[in-house]
Design a protein around this ligand. Structure first.
Ligand code: SF4
Length: 96
């Protein structure tokens, strides 16, 4: 899937499928973090975990490769990266 440079992307995690292995938090600790419940959540620049179901965080361009690698390696297949503009998934289990 291609990504035009500068295209705004956001990421969310389906915690129902998260195994808590922490791979995402190793690849992109700026965007993913494990909470005390052992599940991974996204976070933004304020470093606050976004825990509402389906909550998204922006994907900074400089972290895109790390976030995409996280989505590819995620054993729960529960990291979803989508375009902000039309909410179409570009990386993750539902990407075309
Ligand atoms: S890589 Fe996937 S399964 Fe593993 S902690 Fe992160 S979101 Fe959960």
């Amino acid at each position: 899937m291609s990504n035009e440079e500068g295209e705004s992307l956001e990421v969310w995690i389906d915690q129902d499928l998260c195994t808590g292995d922490g791979i995402c938090a190793q690849y992109a600790p700026e965007v993913f973090e494990l909470d005390v419940d052992g599940l991974a959540y996204v976070k933004g620049e304020d470093d606050e975990l976004r825990q509402a179901p389906g909550a998204t965080a922006p994907v900074p361009l400089k972290l895109l490769n790390d976030v995409v690698d996280s989505a590819k390696e995620c054993p729960g297949e529960c990291i979803h990266v989508r375009r902000v503009a039309d909410r179409v998934e570009v990386y993750g289990p539902d990407a075309g």
